[in-house]
Design a protein around this ligand. Structure first.
Ligand SMILES: Cc1ncc(COP(=O)(O)O)c(C=O)c1O
Length: 308
């Protein structure tokens, strides 16, 4: 095996691949693997955080349940049970001996069959993890509505994390990086605000939190966690269909996601939100979220799986 080119992110030592802890550089696939051609894989993004009791994985059960749901959508039979996958994820974090980072489980139709119908191709499961700092930095960011719309719910099963779906997110990300913004925002096919390329979106207006309802968005696990924290802070969340003008005139706007965590938005389509500063409530939510994931709030310990 020739040596790997240098990655632009910090790599770790081991990747769990089909039941074996493999050296990072040897976790490879054949170029005729089905998923490489057609996006016929499903994945998760999970974070683990440093706590007083060692690394803790945030909402492991929910992420693995969503992975299995996504696989079902593709009629993919992952050759490991839910418990086996959870244990493999814990093992991967433990093997790499890093205190905090991002976990990427990926199940995919592997080498052995071509043609669009993947059923019959062997299914592989890989689990990698690596250190990954805040995805969008945590400071208020500049967001622009993409010219691409979110995938039509009748074209795909939009609440599944299928690899191929992410071409939609890639196109929007390329577009807004060219225009020198920090992140994109998708509208759905009806013109309602949907979500970011890898984040759900919220706005606060007159003390009520609002977020697009399920249908054209991924059912984010951070989204649910933030709704629960807001409720505990005495703030109600309404899920509905919203236009851009609802966001432009909001008191505060922020993204949520495993990678982005709770990310304030300073401007949307060049219209400043809260004078371009992170809103008070957004900051409070962000602090509460970061305390929850760090195991500092007993109320949310149920969300953590500790890795010994
Ligand atoms: C399209 C999309 N929306 C929203 C999210 C946020 O979901 P979660 O909070 O489960 O990471 C993600 C990330 O997984 C995503 O890819």
């Amino acid at each position: 095996m020739k040596s790997l080119p240098k990655a632009s992110f910090k790599t770790t030592k081991k990747i769990w691949l089909n039941g074996r802890m493999t050296d990072w550089r040897n976790a490879n696939v054949h170029v005729l693997s089905h998923a490489l051609h057609y996006g016929s894989g499903v994945f998760e993004g999970i974070r683990f955080y440093k706590t007083k009791n060692g690394p803790a994985i945030f909402r492991l059960r929910e992420h693995v349940a969503r992975l299995i749901y996504s696989a079902k959508v593709l009629e993919m039979k992952i050759p490991f049970s839910k418990t086996e996958i959870e244990n493999a994820i814990i093992k991967t974090v433990a093997a790499n001996k890093i205190p905090a980072g991002y976990i990427r489980p990926l199940a995919f139709f592997d080498y052995g069959k071509m043609g669009l119908n993947p059923v019959g191709a062997p299914v592989s499961l890989a689990i990698a993890c690596w250190p990954w700092d805040s995805y969008l930095g945590g400071k208020p960011i500049r967001v622009k509505t993409s010219r691409f719309i979110r995938l039509h719910p009748d074209s795909v099963v939009g609440d599944a994390k299928v690899c191929g779906h992410y071409v939609n997110s890639i196109l929007a990300s390329l577009e807004i990086k060219r225009a020198k913004y920090d992140e994109a925002l998708f509208l759905d096919h009806r013109g309602f605000v949907a979500e970011g390329p890898g984040e759900n979106i919220f706005f606060l207006k007159k003390g009520v939190l609002h977020t697009p309802k399920l249908g054209s968005i991924l059912a984010g696990i951070t989204r649910l966690s933030v709704i629960a924290i807001a409720k505990d802070l005495g703030v109600k969340t309404r899920e509905g269909n919203y236009r851009l003008k609802d966001f432009y005139s909001a008191d505060e706007v922020f993204f949520t996601g495993t990678a982005a965590e709770v990310q304030p938005i300073g401007s949307l389509d060049d219209k400043k939100i809260n004078g371009g500063k992170a809103g008070e409530f957004t900051q409070k939510l962000r602090e509460m979220f970061l305390a929850a994931v760090a195991g500092e709030n007993p109320k949310y310990k149920k969300w953590l799986t500790f890795v010994k």
